[in-house]
Design a protein around this ligand. Structure first.
Ligand SMILES: *[C@@H]1O[C@H](CO)[C@@H](O)[C@H](O)[C@H]1NC(C)=O
Ligand SMILES: *[C@@H]1O[C@H](CO)[C@@H](O)[C@H](O)[C@H]1NC(C)=O
Length: 380
């Protein structure tokens, strides 16, 4: 390659999808909760019901000035599995997690009217947080809604009729009603819930244990696609939501492509860019779904040490919020944000904020263009 072509090639790389400029919001060496009293915290630390080192965020949603996180409870010591954080803070100390919607709504194992093991989260268009709750040994899985615009009014909108392990949830709001599509992690099916009918059913996906899921943006003509990743596989599939809404049955998802590792979290913005976090990888990848499948490196965090380091979610103004978890090194937790969508900047209350990051993003591209220019000059 001639130096000139090299410069052009580098220019092409630097202006790709990797130009998102994440800015740090908070960093923590240890996460904690806002406890009802110091005494209750001390007791919980003593009896092992609270082990701060085990806090590991897995699912995320953002609405207004609040971030919601589902916490993994595999290793115990997690007194509540759903907490909230503010999107900004006045003090220099990073905020603590507030049990959401309250301490009282988190029960002991076996209380089926309380939140037990929260998993996938999503906020709908009227500001209700949908919470998928896997239940426990004594309780079946259920779906909660928490009305964020109405004093966080909390209710169970569906109890599944049989025991089900649950994983992730996405919402499809249509003129014919609202549907939730749910993955169970290791089952060869998608679970569908219809809000209007208050019914759930199963669509079988032979040979494909549906792990992580993501929904394509609303478009006028084509039916939306539910993207599926397969448990312990790099493969990405899709299935038309029309097939899911029709009721119980069997569908064969279409193979789309293969990532560089196994996806555990996927998300699409309104422009159809898919963001994917991959097992044991220190980067997030992206794919422009308007084009044939091609994985791009979207954001990398150097030296990360954990199996599932990232959670992310989009807010209403198209800002991507992300937590980064490091199992060993400090800071063990980080919250970052970046503007990744252009269309919604106008309408949003956060427009000024988002525009600011847009400008930073452009500055980054400008400086990389300048760098390539210098490099080309040096080589020539
Ligand atoms: C919806 O169905 C579940 C069980 O399938 C039931 O417990 C619940 O009361 C129903 N909700 C309404 C609003 O009818
Ligand atoms: C995605 O690809 C389409 C079609 O090539 C293009 O028009 C669009 O600008 C791309 N989106 C982004 C965010 O690059």
């Amino acid at each position: 390659m001639t130096p000139f072509l090299t410069a052009i090639f580098l220019l092409g790389l630097s202006s790709g999808a990797t130009a998102a400029n994440f800015s740090p919001v908070f960093e923590w060496n240890e996460l904690d909760f806002n406890w009802p009293s110091e005494a209750s915290r001390t007791t919980a630390l003593k009896d092992g019901t609270f082990k701060p080192e085990n806090i590991d965020p897995r699912f995320m949603a953002v609405h207004g000035s609040r971030i919601f996180l589902s916490l993994d409870d595999t290793y115990g010591g997690i007194p509540v599995t759903l907490g909230s954080l503010p999107t900004s803070g006045a003090s220099s100390a990073p905020p603590k997690l507030t049990p959401f919607p309250s301490w009282d709504m988190h029960g002991k194992e076996g209380d089926c009217d309380k939140l037990e093991r929260t998993k996938g989260l999503e906020v709908d268009s009227v500001g209700r947080l949908w919470v998928l709750d896997s239940g426990g040994d004594d309780c079946y899985a259920k779906i909660w809604t928490i009305d964020l615009n109405n004093n966080d009014h909390t209710k169970i909108i569906h109890r599944f009729p049989v025991r089900r392990l649950m994983q992730d949830l996405v919402l499809d709001e249509t003129p014919d009603g609202t549907f939730a599509y749910i993955s169970q992690g290791i089952e060869q099916n998608v679970v569908v819930f219809s809000l209007e009918r208050n019914q759930s059913w199963i669509v079988k996906t032979p040979e494909i244990e549906v792990f992580s899921i993501a929904l394509s943006p609303k478009k006028d003509q084509e039916p939306r696609q539910l993207y599926l990743s397969k448990w312990y596989s790099k493969e990405l599939y899709s299935i038309s939501v029309a097939a899911l809404r029709n009721g119980a049955g069997t569908e064969n998802p279409r193979l789309i492509g293969k990532w560089t590792a196994d996806p555990y979290r996927m998300l699409l913005n309104n422009q159809g860019t898919m963001f994917t976090a991959l097992l044991r990888q220190n980067y997030i990848s992206s794919w422009n779904t308007s084009q044939p499948f091609a994985e791009q490196r979207f954001h990398e965090v150097a030296g990360l040490n954990s199996g599932l380091p990232f959670t992310f979610a989009l807010d209403q103004s198209g800002t991507l919020w992300m937590t980064v978890f490091d199992n060993k090194k400090k800071p063990r937790y980080r919250l970052l944000k970046a503007a990744v969508s252009e269309q919604s900047l106008m309408a949003s209350p956060d427009a000024a904020n988002a525009a600011e990051y847009g400008v930073k993003g452009r500055k980054l591209i400008d400086s990389s263009v300048f760098f390539v220019f210098l490099l080309a000059v040096a080589i020539l």
